[in-house]
Design a protein around this ligand. Sequence first.
Ligand SMILES: Nc1ncnc2c1ncn2[C@@H]1O[C@H](COP(=O)(O)OP(=O)(O)O)[C@@H](O)[C@H]1O
Ligand SMILES: [Mg+2]
Length: 239
Amino acid sequence: MANGNGNGNGNGAIIRMSGIRKVYDTGKIMVEALTGIDLEIEKGQMVAIVGPSGSGKSTLMNLLGCLDTPTSGDYALGGQNVSGVSRDQLAEIRNRRVGFIFQNFNLLPHISALENVEMPMLFGGVPVRERHQRAGELLARVGLGDRLDHKPTELSGGQMQRVAIARALAMNPDIVLADEPTGNLDSTAGSDIMSLFTELWQQGRTMIIITHDPALARRASRVVEIRDGRIVHDQVAAA
Ligand SMILES: Nc1ncnc2c1ncn2[C@@H]1O[C@H](COP(=O)(O)OP(=O)(O)O)[C@@H](O)[C@H]1O
Ligand SMILES: [Mg+2]
């Protein structure tokens, strides 16, 4: 495969979706969650995806992050067509190119913050010493240099989300995807997390953030609004 270094292909869209449909077949009924998404995202954009509950935001995030495959349509991530690849290949692409942040943090509860951040590197085959060192550096970068050995249950919500952000950065991904990242945080912790996202974006990361939070959406360079499985608004903020 041509793109071995995980850094996309220079200029141009890091994400290219065209005609993406997703139909869930529950056995009884078919739910058409996405009805035809055309979306291009440039490297270095910070995109907020907004829309009412049930509009298809999480479905879109799962497709963007290669956690799921579309019913039809084309998707290229970093110049690599991911529409037709096998499950194993998809998992490999996901681990290397995408960092995820979820509303519920999704940390492993019985291992330390450091070990949680190391997890993607373990799957990615990074040698143990490098893993330790990088995990420590990332936790220091999100302000948790003194919490390496704490388990998630010994941390506040805001601190848990910081661990999740450090973990999302572990494999130096092309894109960071966050699904309602401040949904379970109080306003102070939420605003700290927003500042951290802005910082990551200013360092050149491509950030895609699903949010109900108007304050978070306002920080984005572009706001994409979804309704009933389609994009109804797409606005780039004035520079
Ligand atoms: N695994 C699933 N099986 C069946 N229907 C689903 C599944 N996931 C989501 N849906 C349906 O797809 C639609 C979009 O859901 P979702 O993407 O979670 O929306 P949002 O994140 O905007 O709230 C909803 O009607 C939801 O009920
Ligand atoms: Mg959702």
